[in-house]
Design a protein around this ligand. Structure first.
Ligand code: ADP
Ligand code: MG
Ligand code: MG
Length: 247
């Protein structure tokens, strides 16, 4: 079944049409890659979905879990289980892993949780993503690969159903990238749907069930990896709009 449908999404910034009639269909339980060159509109599309822009500040329709959705702010999309990890990580360097995991995830309506409980929960979430650090370690003392995993742990402190990662491996080395991709596969077996923005064809090939290609703010095509395979020429041609085989 379809989990998410974005139809005819148009988003402008002063002087820039970032998205023009973009369509995206994501099936429940799949790993869906969004590809496209820098400036294609990938991040903007995911920001529209996750309530980054003020209410109504785009046109088009979003259907999520069979219902029309228009998230007025980030918390509203998170309450529906949509959690985005932005390309610019949002961790606070001078705070510990535990503090960061619960930052913005504080229980609502004044339900206090004590520090011991928070730490126990943080350890569970860290285990889920394969982190063996001391939860009191400060973010500034941790490498970018592990920071990305902490962001994912933080996403799981919420009730995530659709996990969106914006170029998560861009700053990661090979082994950290592998660990992250393995984790996405693991989440898939648990029924979590993921959207991964990437322009690394090798990792898309290794992980994606479907690929949507954006170029200049438009949807070029969506490929079903099982049916279509990962035809790199076709993807690259879609991304850049010209035949690159003669480079
Ligand atoms: P991608 O993630 O595919 O690299 P973006 O979604 O970040 O592309 O950007 C798409 C286009 O929208 C680019 O031309 C970019 O400069 C523009 N853009 C993105 N965010 C803003 C913003 N906040 N203000 C103005 N222009 C923006
Ligand atoms: Mg970019
Ligand atoms: Mg981007």
């Amino acid at each position: 079944p379809v989990l998410l449908e974005m139809r005819s999404i148009t988003k402008t910034f002063p002087g820039v049409k970032a998205l023009a009639d973009v369509n995206l269909v994501v099936r429940e339980g799949e790993i869906h890659a969004i590809c496209g060159e820098n400036g294609a509109g990938k991040s903007t599309l995911m920001k529209v979905l996750s309530g980054v822009y003020p209410y109504g500040d785009y046109s088009g329709e979003i259907r999520y879990r069979g219902e029309e959705a228009r998230f007025g702010d980030i918390r509203a999309s998170e309450n529906s289980g949509i959690v985005i990890i932005h390309q610019e990580l949002a961790l606070i360097p001078g705070m510990s892993i535990t503090e960061n995991i619960f930052l913005g995830n504080e229980p609502r309506k004044g339900v206090a949780i004590d520090w011991k409980t928070a730490q126990r929960r943080a350890l569970e979430l860290m285990k889920l993503v394969g982190l063996k650090e001391d939860p009191d370690t400060l973010i500034k003392d941790i490498g970018v690969g592990k920071q990305q995993l902490i962001e994912i742990a933080k996403a799981f402190a919420k009730d995530v159903k659709l996990l969106i990662l914006d170029e998560p491996t861009a700053a990661l080395n090979e082994s950290d990238s592998q660990q992250l991709l393995d984790l996405l596969r693991e989440f898939k077996t648990q029924g979590i749907t993921s959207i991964i923005i990437s322009h690394k064809l090798n990792e898309i090939e290794a992980i994606a069930d479907s690929i949507t290609i954006l170029r200049d703010g438009k949807t070029i095509e969506t490929l079903d990896v099982k049916a279509d395979g990962v035809n790199e020429d076709r993807i690259v041609r879609g991304m850049v709009g010209r035949d690159m085989s003669s480079r």
